[in-house]
Write a protein that binds this ligand. Structure first.
Ligand SMILES: Cc1cc2nc3c(=O)[nH]c(=O)nc-3n(C[C@H](O)[C@H](O)[C@H](O)COP(=O)(O)OP(=O)(O)OC[C@H]3O[C@@H](n4cnc5c(N)ncnc54)[C@H](O)[C@@H]3O)c2cc1C
Length: 469
């Protein structure tokens, strides 16, 4: 019965990093993986989706600059885009990541892992071989999340695409209907529209990207429509059926949309249904509730990091949690440790400063609280907004640059608690915003962070001036 200091269930981006940090902290670590080492991000999420989006964005960027636009004489080579995407997923082979694990001194056991009791994990390989593992210090669940199928009549039988099929498709279908106008729905609508697919987005909420500042959803809807995407918001799918001419979605207001394929992008569900949670008194299929050190409530040996704890379903946040989790396990193995807020053993940014870029057009970049969220928290809110196109750097970057920026300030403390940026390449400005939110840099000090001329970052100065500095 092999014994390790730490057993990590799931070798996605989170699990790999937990194991690495624990190992660097002097512990032995094994990861258990039932599919591909590297997980969702590498093969069916971040990497392939961004690869599918990038060529269209590059083409649009060239078309937005006089002198360059004249050189654009053709359209997107869709087959090449898919070929390029295949390179980013390493053709769905994980040899490179397995090699990385070996180099990092972390063992790998392939198969489905299930917790069978305190600090016990049983792994069943594809050929039926069973390996029993014991942990001396900790078991970490980092099994990720799956696409959630909402309870719509006929949906499962219609064999819809999930994000996996959308990101690994071999070719673009003639038409695609997407259920859900969140980040995945909007990104895939943007990518497939750029391939010439006739796309319809059905969003039950008031607008797409509804969790962001209101101007985001409004602008992105207009931009999707300009690209020929049909956007139906405030409309729910009530029934789905697949027939000879494709998939038909019927909506609550009596419309019906037929397309060659249907993509469900309506949320995520935890991949915890079959990992043995019942053997330790937890509900199978539930999100795992953790404290800021990623320790599962009620346990001193069970941790959960990444998507499966539902704190921030993003690769960079999972890896951030992984660093805290691996470090705190190693430290606790050496004795009791203090875990004050904002120490290397806690994932406090999960609550205050989750940065996210939506790679649609225009790009969306946000961190911290929206105005609505800040007001709900009882913060004394003051905001400032600015049209990014008015700064010289933006005008040079693209003719007719259209973009908008908003800061949400805690007026009592005079610190920025939220930033939303909308416009071409704003994703590259997001880290400055993250630093100001995490660092709680006083506005009076931010005044001295002088943006270079002529860059789009000049918008930071304009926002402070608009605020009243
Ligand atoms: C289409 C799409 C695009 C996205 N784009 C971005 C983006 O641009 N940027 C970003 O930050 N985030 C993005 N995300 C989110 C990001 O992909 C996830 O947050 C991230 O992959 C979660 O990592 P994880 O390690 O928690 O889980 P996963 O990557 O899902 O890893 C979990 C691993 O556990 C394994 N596993 C599960 N159960 C068992 C078991 N019982 N035994 C053994 N192994 C098991 C799985 O096979 C998997 O390899 C995107 C998501 C989607 C769907």
């Amino acid at each position: 019965m092999p014994t390790y200091d730490v057993i990590v269930l799931g070798a996605g981006s989170t699990g790999e990093n937990v194991a690495d940090r624990a190992h660097r902290g002097g512990l032995s670590a094994v990861v258990v993986e039932s599919e591909l080492v590297g997980g969702e991000c590498s093969y069916w999420a971040c990497m392939p989706s961004k690869a599918l989006l990038r060529s269209g964005q590059a083409l649009d960027a060239a078309k937005a600059v006089e002198g360059a636009q004249e050189a654009v004489t053709g359209s997107l080579d869709v087959a090449k885009v898919f070929e390029r995407r295949d390179g980013f997923t390493s053709h769905w082979k994980d040899d490179g990541q397995v090699q990385w694990l070996e180099g990092a001194g972390i063992d790998l056991v392939r198969g489905v892992g299930r917790i069978t009791g305190p600090k016990q994990v049983t792994v069943t390989a594809e050929d039926g071989t069973v390996t029993e593992l014991t942990a001396t210090h900790a078991v970490v669940v980092s099994t990720g999340s799956d696409a959630m199928l909402p309870p719509v009549d006929g949906l499962a039988d219609a064999k819809p695409w999930t994000a996996r099929e959308a990101t690994s498709a071999e070719a673009a279908p003639a038409s695609l209907v997407i259920l859900g106008g969140g980040v995945i729905g909007v990104e895939m609508a943007t990518a497939y529209a750029s391939f010439g697919t006739e796309v319809t987005v059905i969003e039950g909420g008031p607008r797409v990207l509804a969790t962001y500042e209101e101007f985001v959803g409004e602008t992105v809807t207009t931009s999707l429509r300009d690209k020929g995407v049909r956007v139906l918001s405030g409309v729910r799918a009530t029934a789905v059926s697949r027939g000879a001419d494709g998939v038909t979605v019927t909506t609550g207001d009596g419309q019906s949309v037929t397309a060659a394929e249907l993509l469900v992008a309506a949320g995520r569900t935890p991949r915890t249904a079959d990992i043995g949670l019942d053997t330790i008194g937890l509900e199978p299929g539930s999100w795992l509730e953790v404290d800021d050190t990623l320790l599962v409530t009620g346990f001193d040996w069970l941790y959960a990091a990444g998507d499966c704890n539902h704190r921030a379903l993003l690769t960079h946040m999972g890896k951030y949690q992984a660093r805290a989790c691996g470090d705190v396990i190693a430290a606790r193995a050496k004795g009791t440790v203090e875990t004050p807020a904002w120490s290397r053993f806690t994932a406090d940014a999960d609550h205050a400063a989750v940065p996210q870029v939506v790679f649609c057009e225009p790009e969306v970049a946000a961190v911290g609280l929206t105005e609505k969220q800040a007001r709900e928290k009882g913060i004394d809110v003051k905001t400032a907004e600015y049209e990014i196109g008015n700064v010289a750097g933006a005008a040079v970057y693209a003719d007719g640059y259209a973009g908008h920026a908003k800061i949400v300030v805690d007026a009592a403390r005079e610190v920025v608690v939220g930033v939303t940026l909308l416009g071409p390449v704003v994703g590259e400005m997001l880290h400055a915003a993250t630093v100001m939110v995490v660092g709680e840099v006083p506005l009076s000090r931010l005044w001295h962070a002088v943006p270079s001329y002529p860059t789009i970052s000049e918008v930071w100065l304009r926002l402070l001036e608009t605020y009243g500095l």
